[in-house]
Design a protein. Structure first.
Length: 137
């Protein structure tokens, strides 16, 4: 009888842990809204092996699909927001395995696996040379 009770408790604990992980994963995958910020940002998207997006400017939101050297496709979105009175950039990286969300400062860098995204807020709009205007969606 004791062995059956112990097995039952372990099964219930495993089920509860699975539910907790599932709920936490869904909560983390939901993009959170922030107050939009007006400003011009420079963005550069790189894979450890190659540069995927040459430095360019964006205002409000940046969206781009990039193909990594292994053939995988990543859908990148950057959104300039204000959180607790501070300008921030929300980073969403969507691939087959799901959506990764991160928030960085206006002059920040974040990575997700082989992908690295750098942003710099620009007053004058220069990135060390002539910049192309990014798609704003």
């Amino acid at each position: 009888m004791r062995r059956v009770s112990r097995s039952f408790v372990l099964v219930v604990m495993g089920f509860a842990a699975g539910v907790a992980v599932s709920v936490a994963t869904r909560a983390l995958a939901q993009p959170t809204a922030g107050k939009p910020v007006v400003g011009t940002y420079g963005v550069s998207v790189d894979e450890v092996k190659q540069n995927l997006v040459e430095p360019q400017l964006f205002t409000g939101q940046f969206h781009r699909k990039v193909t990594l050297s292994d053939g995988s496709v990543r859908d990148i979105t950057l959104i300039a927001v204000e959180e607790q009175g501070q300008p921030m950039v929300k980073f969403l990286d969507t691939s087959k395995s799901g959506t990764f969300e991160s928030t960085m400062g206006p002059n920040g860098t974040t990575t997700n696996g082989k992908l690295m995204v750098m942003v710099n807020i620009k007053e004058g709009g220069a990135l060390g040379g002539p910049a192309k205007r990014a798609d704003v969606r």
